[in-house]
Design a binder for this molecule. Structure first.
Ligand code: PXG
Length: 294
């Protein structure tokens, strides 16, 4: 059975959920999005994702035509209508239909789309063996050009980095910013552990303020680790005891090789595993219930 897609206030069968070729999300990548997950009938960190979506929209002067409360309700209803318990949810708001020029003033009504689908998990081998990552030549967008903190529909910077990683036969690409410091991977934030101190690049290094990143910083602090947001060089990664990536889809995934160098022991680290365990417990026990309290 096909999915029911939320499109501008209606739930439509997936083959009828269509967007105009004049939509500026399509013509110019003019829009914002979020990717969320539900675990056993509860949407994880719904408020944090909603907040980031509205901030991203504000940053590009896009007025979401629904209140935060109404959008929250629409997301929950879309998951419920599809009878999903474990799902990946994509919320997309575009500038809407306009003419062929790029002027957003010609787009009177933003398009709102919610897709709730079955989650496609990463292969188990990624978690058992850890990822092979390479540094890519494509640098992070400058924050004064297109701030990477905006989760916009313009992901070419990340996609070019992903293509490079693919061509190199790696699982992921590490992106440096214009100053040569580590920012993040193509769709995940990065963490490193040195002698019990967990470090991750600050948002000013050109990273998305990841929801998972934030949850992980909280878990690590709770475990008694010192957590620092600081600029990292590749050297810091090469000499790390442990390294992992965080993201909504990937959760916490170990990195065991960077640029052909072995990270730590070459196997997923002990602290990485511990943080992963806590994360999963949290994901399954917290979150906004979709099905009346269950
Ligand atoms: N950095 C970037 C650039 C991202 O796009 C993250 C970090 C992790 O953030 P969260 O809030 O999810 O912890 C993201 C978000 C995919 C995919 O299919 C992943 C993202 C976005 C779009 C697609 O892997 N991750």
């Amino acid at each position: 059975m096909g999915l029911l897609i939320y499109l501008d206030g209606q739930l439509l069968p997936e083959d009828q959920a269509r967007v105009s070729v004049f939509d500026h999300g399509f013509l110019y990548g003019d829009g914002v999005f979020e990717g969320l997950r539900s675990y056993d009938g509860r949407i994880f960190c719904l408020e944090e994702h909603l907040r980031r979506l509205y901030f991203s929209a504000k940053a590009i002067m896009l007025e979401i035509p629904l209140s935060l409360e109404a959008l929250r309700k629409a997301i929950i209803e879309t998951v419920r209508a599809n009878k999903l318990r474990d799902s990946y949810i994509r919320v997309v708001v575009t500038r809407g239909v306009g003419d062929l020029g790029l002027d957003p003033r010609k787009c009177p009504r933003p398009t709102v789309i919610i897709i709730a689908s079955r989650i496609q998990l990463y292969p188990e081998s990624h978690y058992q063996k850890g990822l092979k990552v390479v540094t890519v030549a494509t640098r992070r967008n400058l924050h004064e050009s297109l701030n990477p903190a905006i989760k916009s529909l313009n992901y070419l910077n990340n996609i070019l980095a992903k293509i490079e990683a693919n061509l190199a036969g790696a699982d992921e690409g590490l992106i440096l910013n214009q100053a040569g410091y580590v920012s993040e991977c193509t769709g995940e934030n990065i963490f490193v552990l040195h002698s019990g101190i967990l470090s991750t690049p600050p948002v000013s290094a050109g990273v998305l303020a990841g929801v998972t990143r934030n949850v992980v910083m909280g878990i690590a602090t709770g475990l008694g680790l010192e957590v620092r947001e600081r600029n990292l060089t590749r050297h810091d990664l090469y000499v790390a005891d442990e390294c992992f990536l965080t993201g909504t889809a990937a959760e916490i995934v170990p990195v065991t090789s960077l640029d052909g160098r072995v990270i730590g022991s070459g196997l997923p680290g002990k602290i990485t595993k511990e943080i992963s365990e806590f994360f999963r417990q949290k994901a399954f026990s917290e979150g906004t219930p979709v099905y009346n309290g269950k």
